[in-house]
Write a protein that binds this ligand. Structure first.
Ligand SMILES: C=C(O[C@@H]1C=C(C(=O)O)C=C[C@H]1O)C(=O)O
Length: 102
């Protein structure tokens, strides 16, 4: 299928509109996730529980890797993405716990 330059530009605009919508959804989902993990961090700090839970993280990685395969997404990428987010969450939890000690 060969497109004229105008048709290609039109298709590019349409595809980028779709990418923008998905990026917006991702940002909103991440914001909601961080609101919930903030509450988890406060709960853990109050109860004296550790910031990180490696067992839970391993279970999440296994679950997301399987979901990624089903969804035709690279499971390595899914794991890296989750690990990146969880690392940030644990950093927040450590900060929340440190504030409680002050
Ligand atoms: C949110 C939690 O705290 C940490 C962050 C996790 C996450 O972002 O999913 C998972 C496990 C913990 O290391 C939790 O324990 O559920």
């Amino acid at each position: 299928m060969s497109l004229t330059p105008d048709e290609a530009r039109q298709e590019l605009r349409r595809l980028r509109g779709s990418i923008d919508n998905m990026d917006s959804a991702l940002v909103h989902l991440l914001a909601e996730r961080f609101k919930v993990t903030q509450r988890v961090g406060e709960l853990k700090a109050t109860a004296g529980l550790p910031a990180a839970d490696p067992e839970r993280e391993a279970a999440q990685i296994a679950r997301l890797r399987a979901l990624a395969v089903e969804a035709d997404l690279d499971p390595e990428f899914a794991e890296k993405f989750l690990t990146f987010i969880v690392r940030e969450v644990v950093r927040h939890h450590e900060q929340i716990a440190a504030k409680q000690v002050d």
